[in-house]
Design a binder for this molecule. Structure first.
Ligand code: SAJ
Length: 409
């Protein structure tokens, strides 16, 4: 088939290349002319495991452009653009603007698929409205409309896009069926079809489940600190139960998904209590770290890790940013050391004259550092704050505070 993919980001580009690699003729459309230029010259706009090889294999069936009129001769159109949050509500401008352009170029018989994470009801609601208004065509009769959320963890996107089960929702059965046919040309996982609104809700539920679960883990960390036990040992043993899966406590929840998607559910159910409370618990985890640092009279802090999770270079909604702002507001000097996000910032420079190190992101490469040397180079009163269960045992030569470590704090 001929497929148009709008939005060549963390999800859209791998999707476009997987489709091209499966033998479809794919045209990728993005409003960012620089990104399109780079792709035309064989340069990828971001890192992702296996993307280079996929791009090499797929490039004969893939071309990038900024020109929406290339949509006129494709059979299917996938829209995968960001849906940030504004005032705790979905900011759908990128989706709605893209759908306007799709509508203006829509032809009878085409299949339109939305991938972006949206407030449940968006596809059958505003998206359908825009497409019908701009094209004068009728959804379900003249063109098909489906919703297919991505489920690929950043850092292992390509593998998961191929192997994870997929949920595909249509505004009618034919739409879901045709979308399933397209995705089954590269998805090896099971594909389950349903309505577009159910599929939209499933997507946000997946991330809300994680956020609420992490909030439970974070509250357990506070309790463990109170009663003097190691919360990680408690969770490890509780998870030996076949039907228990408590997640990991930490200094906070970042990324472009977990801090945002739960609010798309609250948007349709403002009476929600559990979901907003979980968000609050997770966002407040940095506060205890600030209190501990302030209490010790420390003036110079180096935060290890700016990425929102280990071994990625994405810093969106990273707890490190909130921690830095709170400390700086208290007149504390803050430097950030993250060799994945900032390869050219040296460790020595980042810790020179520092009194305190906070582990905010547990990058694997931090394990190879010479912690004895790092700690000896700190200036008194030398404090190590472990926000990610990085240290099994507190390193010697410094004061130590670990989230959930009631056994050693
Ligand atoms: N985190 C914890 N404790 C945990 C797990 C994570 O504090 O036990 C923190 C991480 O440090 C990070 C944040 O939560 O700051 C989010 O990390 P994450 O690993 O949950 O996930 P994301 O945001 O990279 O990816 C999630 C995934 N969703 C699910 O696993 C249900 C991924 O499959 C989605 O594709 C992605 O959201 C998305 O794009 O929606």
């Amino acid at each position: 088939m001929k497929v148009g993919v709008i939005g060549l980001g963390y999800i859209g580009l791998p999707t476009a290349l997987l489709l091209a690699n499966a033998g479809h003729e794919v045209v990728g459309i993005d409003i960012d002319a620089k990104k399109v230029e780079k792709l035309r010259n064989g340069i990828l706009p971001f890192q992702e495991r296996g993307l280079e090889e996929l791009f090499e294999k797929a490039k004969k069936n893939f071309k990038a452009t900024t020109d929406y009129s290339s949509l006129r001769n494709v059979n299917a159109i996938i829209v995968s653009v960001p849906t940030p949050m504004k005032d705790r509500k979905m900011m759908g401008d990128y989706v709605f603007n893209a759908m306007e352009m799709v509508g203006k170029n829509l032809k009878k018989g085409q299949l339109v698929i939305l991938e972006s994470t949206v407030t449940p009801g968006t596809t059958a609601g505003k998206v359908r409205e825009i497409l019908e208004r701009e094209s004068g065509l009728k959804a379900g009769e003249d063109f098909l409309l489906a919703y297919c959320p991505e489920r690929a963890i950043p850092g292992n996107t390509i593998y998961e896009m191929v192997h994870n089960d997929r949920i595909i929702g249509g505004i009618d059965e034919e739409s879901a069926k045709r979308a399933k046919e397209l995705y089954s040309t590269f998805v090896k996982g099971n594909i389950y079809t349903t309505s577009s609104t159910v599929a939209e809700m499933v997507k946000v539920v997946e991330n809300t489940y994680r956020d609420v679960n992490i909030a439970l883990a974070n509250e357990l960390a506070k309790i463990a600190e109170k009663i003097g036990v190691n919360v990680y040992e408690v969770i490890e043993l509780a998870n030996k139960h076949p039907r228990v899966n408590v997640h990991q406590p930490g200094i906070g929840v970042g990324g472009h998904c977990l801090p945002i998607d739960p609010w798309f559910l609250v948007e349709v159910y403002p009476e929600a209590k559990l979901i907003p409370t979980a968000r609050e618990i997770n966002d407040e985890m940095v506060n205890d770290v600030v209190k501990i640092i302030e209490k010790t009279g420390i003036k110079r802090v180096t935060i290890f890790g700016e990425a929102y999770k280990p071994d990625v270079d994405d810093t969106r909604e990273s707890p490190t940013h909130k921690l830095r702002d709170l400390l700086e507001r208290r007149g504390i000097e803050v430097r950030i050391y993250d060799p994945i996000v900032h390869p050219n910032i040296s460790l020595d420079k980042a810790i020179k004259n520092s009194q305190c190190i906070v582990i905010s992101t547990a990058h694997s490469i931090f394990k190879d550092l010479n912690w004895e040397k790092i700690i000896s180079s700190l200036e008194e009163p030398k404090l190590i704050v472990d926000g990610r269960h990085f240290f099994e045992k507190p390193p010697s030569g410094a004061l130590f505070y670990g989230i959930g470590r009631g056994d050693v704090n």
